[in-house]
Design a protein around this ligand. Sequence first.
Ligand code: HEC
Ligand code: HEC
Length: 391
Amino acid sequence: MIRRVSNIYCSRGLIVLAVLFLTTSCRKDPVVEEFIDEPVIEEEEETLKTPVLPEEPYDYEARVYPDYFLEDPLLNLLNTLGGSNQVTNNGATVGRVMFYDTQLSFNNTVSCASCHHQELGFSDNRVLSLGFEGELSERHSMAILNIDFQRRFFWDTRANSIESQVLMPIEHPLEMGMDLGSLVYRMQRIDYYPSLFEAAFGDTAITITRIGLGLGQFLKAIRSYESKYDAGLANDFADFTPLEEEGRALFFSGVHSCVNCHTTVNFGGVSSHVNGLNAGGEGDPGVGGITEDPEDMGRFKSVTLRNIELTAPYMHDGRFETLEDVLSFYSTDIQSHPFLDDRLTTDNSIGGPPEILDITPAEKAAYIAFLKTLTDWNLVENVIYSNPFPE
Ligand code: HEC
Ligand code: HEC
């Protein structure tokens, strides 16, 4: 119960305490009177949740990528699997708790999972997500999977390690609004954290670095390799329908260049491009907003297409509701842009006239059928990635 006293916001629990201690904070709230006679302990138990964890931590370490990931030359080059923050069962466990803990946000209202839902491939079905004060995020939320094979994060690729990335939403003024120093202070007073940190890192110290390591390990443990497509790699696509097979052939034929940008067995996440969403370089500058290099204006991360069936709406601004809309865009709506990728221009020069790919309705249906074979139902149902806090 004492834990919340150290927090600097005005929650319901604090209103109760504030009245008890006869302080003047939160007085303006009209509900104060109603709480005076209510038993304080019950109120507190209602608001403070403790995670329910298995006696033995879940076996995250057992989730090992099949060989074909590392046999892909680019993924072999890019992967961080041998890096310093390898996934351990206890590390991913503390990361899972933090990922779902609303106490990581300034006013205890929002967790990472508020904008990254397991059942949606860890993305959000809102065009823009709701932050801790109900304000909207600046871009559409992103799916999370196979982090080990990506080196840059966010639509504009501004974070270059997952351990630094995970701290940014916590501090973001619209997302979680929490100062990292205050967060450490707060977490030291939450009874379940010291022991979880001890199990993960050897002693009970809670530091900003360790928060990054733990969250990073949980995200890295979100490994997707059990889609119908992955099964197909093992059995020569014996279970694919004719339409899925047609879509697969089309995708890998490169006739519409999809495979060139959404590349590798991870289907993207390794590079950024201008795909012609906005005419003349208008709108969100993407990578250019970070590097200030004119050639990067309008460039965005060519995200992975794994789990794409679950992660609508699409693009950095969530402008397309369906995969049909995305295919229609690539078919006839690519906009001219000074740095439009050369694979999408008629003369194969950067910034040339936009190509009209004219993808037929039958081809669109085949693409979509194929893209849906990239859905990994194990990932969205597996308890090891689920919310440990009782609803
Ligand atoms: C209020 C909604 C919101 C919250 C809360 C939130 N995120 Fe995000 N997340 C987003 C948005 C929006 C983006 C894309 C932002 C951008 O590109 O500028 C994003 C991007 C990401 C990415 C990049 C994925 C990629 O492929 O590059 C990761 C990883 C991520 N978030 C993890 C987290 C973690 C960990 C937390 C909790 C500490 C968290 N997010 C909290 C909305 C949110
Ligand atoms: C020149 C590189 C390039 C080519 C070619 C390309 N894409 Fe993309 N794709 C991107 C980029 C970059 C984005 C993210 C753009 C943004 O949000 O600003 C994207 C986004 C997407 C998305 C939305 C992803 C999400 O999570 O919101 C889908 C789906 C998609 N592409 C499918 C395709 C298909 C299918 C093809 C072939 C018809 C294709 N792409 C061709 C670069 C490319």
